[in-house]
Design a protein around this ligand. Structure first.
Ligand SMILES: [Zn+2]
Length: 84
């Protein structure tokens, strides 16, 4: 039931671009300036997992299962000490 078709993914990426442009984060993403808050890996369009508003900042997490798991745990206990 969770089959993702390439076209849907493309639309998803377009929406992501619009969303990130609004936040002025598209350029940093393209320049490789955004890092996964959990593992420090550079976030790209292909490995972007989740985008989490954290106070005035926005943090990114890559699509790595372990990172997503860590983020979920962190969110449960409240975000803290988030490096940019
Ligand atoms: Zn990560």
């Amino acid at each position: 039931m969770s089959e993702e078709k390439p076209e849907i993914l493309a639309v998803h990426k377009q929406k992501l671009e619009i969303f990130l442009r609004e936040l002025e984060l598209w350029e940093p993403l393209m320049k490789g300036e955004l890092k996964c808050v959990a593992c420090g890996k550079i976030i790209t369009v292909d490995n972007i997992g989740i985008i989490i508003p954290s106070g005035e900042n926005i943090v990114f997490c890559c699509s790595n299962y372990e990172c997503l798991y860590k983020m979920r745990k962190q969110q449960e206990s409240g975000l803290q000490d988030v490096d940019q």
